[in-house]
Design a protein around this ligand. Sequence first.
Ligand SMILES: [Zn+2]
Length: 297
Amino acid sequence: LSCVGRSRLSTKPTAGPAVIERIARSVREAVDECDLDLRQVQAVGVGAPGSVNPEKGEVIFSPNLPGWEHVPLQKALTKLLDRPVRVENDCNVCTLGVYHAELKAKPRHMVGIFLGTGMGGGLILDGKLFSGFNRTAGEIGHMVLEVGGSKCGCGNRGCFEALAGRAALFRRIQCGQGRTEDALDGHVGAGSKEPAERRFAQGAQARGQTGGTIVEEAAEYTGIAVANVINLLNPEVVVLGGGMIQQLEEEMMAIIVETAQDYAMTGTWKGVEIVASELGDDAGITGAAVLAQGALG
Ligand SMILES: [Zn+2]
């Protein structure tokens, strides 16, 4: 797989049905960029946040897209693009990308964990994507790691995402310094075009000890999450990806591996690899291409 053209558009989640038109526009722009015609494209793969029914191509529910319930995304995009379309959950798509492009589909069992604003996961069991009874398997971000801990966007408390997600870390860096949001924003350059993770990394560096400690703590929580995954599924490989790992790999990976081995049951982690993905931001688009290939049968 190689990338021949790309296009990036903001989602504008409040735009309702226009979001789907924006996705179609982005596909057309990427195709145009590499001087191809849409008719030459054999299939389109899409990763959507939330719970997705891949057989129906329907987004059942998406917490970050207001009003998105039972949206027939595949049908709508097929109509707009006149190409076969396949839709999957975004973290599943990232996992497919890592599994096929990076690991060459060698391990039988693999878990992908993606750290960013949300923390998501994807499971490959016996060489196949596992999505569970209600298509919601892999919600690693909502594994409770601290009873009565910080409030999570899902309504629960103490979820992995609420303890170590990007938003949680920003908030804690602020609180640790007792500064107003404006002061922190000034410090880490909010509103700039840089990715939030880069700004976060800069903010953490600027905070010195406090920032460092908060990042280390996030790495420890991540290590505990990895240990739980190893105890439960005993995969051959756990791959960590997403913006936070991309920007803070050096600061986080060693702590994640060490903590995972500390917390996993003796014997369960022997030979299990815990690695950072090299695909970075491209895990999603790579996986979407893998998904589209599947549409060709
Ligand atoms: Zn949660």
